[in-house]
Write a protein that binds this ligand. Structure first.
Ligand code: SF4
Length: 402
């Protein structure tokens, strides 16, 4: 086992990263484990300021709606409080009419993006997504469909008997603009198998994202923290993303978020602390030198944590979600509205700006007197969250490992 890095060595790596130098996965792990939190934040903020020189005073947010089309899922992830086994009487499927009504409300409230998110329904192949995306685009061409991820592609291509490449081409042609990067969870094998044994491997998740990037369909990338993974596995997750990004440049953003412990089979297991979360935001900014945007997640960590993340390398504070059912089913209780999010960003010393999916600024709120005042633009929690959870009763708990 190697010796822990000295403070002088850690500072030297931090200085190099702050100057824009690339750090290795081993160095990132040393920093993540041992660098003083404040020094990490200072270095990450230096990198953010340089990357956004000229607009470094701005932090962005988005208005979107998360439309959950079904909770039926054959994949039974142990951390998930949202899904129901396909034959369960708790299964629901939203019909197209309801989905279009939600799109209409999104447009009315100034939302620009739809996240189409649901379980791996045993009957939903490529055709289901083609039909729904083309109907949404036909009715609301102004909405960006930023949805799904490699797991859904793997599932739908299996159901339809086509390659991942064909599935991506077809849903892109039907209206999908970009992938939300869902299902990344934890990419390293042990950590992934412990919480999502029926999901495709981390390598396959990345392979599908690489195919998508090659076809011109960009994505964001995510990480689920706090289900018992080790620090080394967290950094390995970053390394796997950085390696693909070196080849494709297709990941627009990295979004770590914390596991929520209610109503699922990991309940009561390890959770990432606020400090671990802030350290991850900072390390992501330092290590992922090829990913433009780092997003703070106030939905799972709280508004003050989201605000703090803006001082640890994040340049974006996610969205006002007009509807959310997945992480709120597992206990995320934070909610906000557009006016509050604007105030949070301003109180963190930044100028808030509403952004598009592709991060262009749609409205920069320089003058508080001209702030938007529509109090209907609120993050609504859990229109369908199911009390008691629906996770499979026979799933085993995993042992937390440090
Ligand atoms: S997280 Fe896993 S169990 Fe939950 S809906 Fe997605 S694939 Fe299904």
């Amino acid at each position: 086992m190697s010796q822990p890095a000295s403070n002088a060595e850690l500072q030297s790596v931090l200085d190099r990263a702050a100057d824009g130098g690339r750090i290795t996965a081993e160095e990132a792990l040393d920093l993540y484990r041992s660098a003083p939190l404040h020094a990490l934040g200072v270095a990450a903020d230096t990198v953010r300021r340089r990357r956004y020189a000229g607009t470094e005073h701005i932090a962005t947010y988005l208005i979107e709606r998360n439309i959950n089309y079904t909770n039926a899922c054959v994949t039974a992830c142990k951390f998930c409080a949202f899904y129901a086994a396909p034959k369960s009487d708790k299964v629901w499927v939203r019909d197209l009419e309801e989905i279009l009504r939600r799109c209409a409300e999104t447009v009315e409230l100034g939302g620009t993006q739809i996240m189409f998110q649901g379980g791996h329904h045993p009957d939903f192949g490529v055709e289901y997504y083609e039909e729904h995306f083309s109907a949404i685009k036909k009715a609301y061409p102004q909405l960006v469909i930023h949805s799904l991820g490699a797991s859904e592609v793997e599932h739908m291509s299996r159901i339809s008997g086509v390659s991942a490449e064909e599935a991506i081409r077809r849903i892109h042609n039907a209206g999908l603009d970009s992938f939300a990067g869902a299902g990344a969870e934890l990419l390293p094998a042990r950590a992934r198998n412990a919480i999502a044994p029926l999901k495709e491997s981390g390598e396959r998740w990345l392979e599908i994202m690489e195919i998508a990037h090659g076809l011109g369909v960009e994505s964001t990338s995510t990480m689920l923290m706090g289900t018992g993974e080790t620090n080394a596995e967290r950094i390995e997750h970053l390394r796997m993303i950085r390696d693909v990004q070196d080849r494709t440049g297709g990941f627009r953003a990295f979004i770590p978020y914390t596991y929520q412990p209610e109503n699922n089979h990991l309940k009561g297991r390890t959770q990432a602390t606020l400090f671990e979360y802030l350290r991850m935001i900072a390390i992501a900014r330092l290590f992922l030198d090829n990913v433009a945007h780092i997003q703070g997640s106030w939905l799972t960590t709280g508004k003050e944590a989201g605000q703090l993340s803006l001082h640890y390398g994040a340049d974006d504070l996610g969205s006002v979600m007009l509807e959310e059912n997945v992480v709120s089913s597992a206990g995320a209780r934070h909610r906000s509205n557009r006016m509050e999010l604007i105030e949070l960003i301003r109180a963190a010393g930044r100028v808030p700006a509403q952004r598009a999916t592709t991060y262009e600024h749609l409205a920069v709120h320089e003058d508080p007197a001209e702030d938007p005042v529509d109090d209907r633009v609120v993050s609504h929690l859990a229109s369908t969250a199911i009390e008691g959870g629906t996770a499979h009763p026979e799933l085993r708990l995993v042992e937390a490992r440090r």
